[in-house]
Design a protein around this ligand. Structure first.
Ligand code: RIB
Length: 300
């Protein structure tokens, strides 16, 4: 019996968000909306999204001893996330500079700050959290060597889910642990290099699977998603909504998928539910503020 449905190991950022009519070209200045400051970061977002759906969730992360760090801790606790694994200090809290255009698309620049100091020894020191967690998820806004240590720290029966964002080449040891590896089209192309440049998304899903993960999910935005495993490639239908802000929607998708897997739901079904959760998230502004409860998902 596990104490947590999900342990998220990852980043926590203060999101500094400005709405713009269009994103600036190199060398150009544009005027935007008033600045909004939200709790964010791919790890912290996943933890809040899962907890809001009802998952017993813990976060292993690092924030600075500053006002943004306190904003992030407050937001986790308000959502019901166990913050026993959130470490404080060594650098300022990570910051994400985000512009959102009228279509809801965003551009993000992250200053990792304290996220860059979440170290392998922090993972080793949190061994009890790993042994208590049915599913463990990670992303790549923390050092890659820390993600490697996460994979080495998994309990024998737990399941590992990785969203390699922002993408970079991954060691075979990490790829082999993923069940699933969750990527969007951009991330798939980066991981595949030249091999992924042409062809259909389903072809890329198969190529990624051949790199070692036990399963792969490719999210396709308004086109839905693909699920690939040893039985083949399946399609997840899109959920059509009017998007106002896509920030954090991928994190909500990953969290919902983890929550489903933790309850023993088959991957294809968990991904279909995750697509519904992500669809609700894009109809609302911000990242963590946009994540629905299970009742809100059911009501749509
Ligand atoms: O996935 C969205 C997140 O990416 C934002 O909350 C921002 O902090 C960046 O990490």
């Amino acid at each position: 019996m596990y104490d947590y449905d999900l342990l998220v190991v990852g980043s926590a950022n203060a999101d500094l968000v400005i709405g713009v009519e269009r994103r600036p070209e190199p060398g150009e200045t544009v005027l935007g909306s008033d600045l909004a400051v939200h709790p964010g970061g791919k790890g912290a977002n996943q933890a809040v999204a899962a907890a809001r759906l009802g998952a017993r969730t813990a976060l292993l992360a690092r924030v600075g001893d500053d006002v943004y760090g306190r904003l992030l801790l407050d937001s986790q606790r308000a959502a019901g996330v166990d913050t026993v694994g959130v470490l404080v200090g060594k650098a300022p809290t990570g910051v994400a500079l985000i512009t959102v255009d009228p279509s809801g698309d965003n551009s993000i620049v992250v200053s990792p700050g304290a996220n860059g100091h979440l170290a392998p020894e922090d993972v080793r020191a949190a061994g009890s959290l790993f042994h208590a967690s049915r599913v463990v998820s990670a992303q790549l806004e923390i050092p890659l060597e820390t993600v490697v240590e996460v994979v080495r720290s998994l309990a024998p029966d737990s399941r590992f889910v990785l969203n390699p964002s922002p993408p970079r080449p991954l060691p075979r040891e990490v790829l082999a642990a993923c069940d699933p590896l969750i990527v969007n089209e951009h991330e798939a192309k980066v991981l595949l290099g030249d091999a992924g440049a042409g062809g259909e998304p389903a072809h890329r899903a198969r190529l990624l699977l051949a790199k070692g993960p036990r399963s792969v999910v490719v999210t396709l935005g308004a086109q839905g998603a693909l699920v690939a495993d040893g039985r083949g490639v399946g399609r997840i239908d899109p959920v059509t909504v009017d998007a106002v802000d896509t920030t954090g929607a991928g994190d909500a998708f990953t969290a919902a998928l983890c929550w489903g897997l933790g309850r023993g739901v088959p991957l294809q079904e968990a991904a279909a539910y995750a697509a519904r959760v992500g669809a609700v998230a894009v109809t609302r502004r911000g990242a963590q503020e946009s994540f629905p409860t299970a009742a809100e998902v059911d009501a749509r």
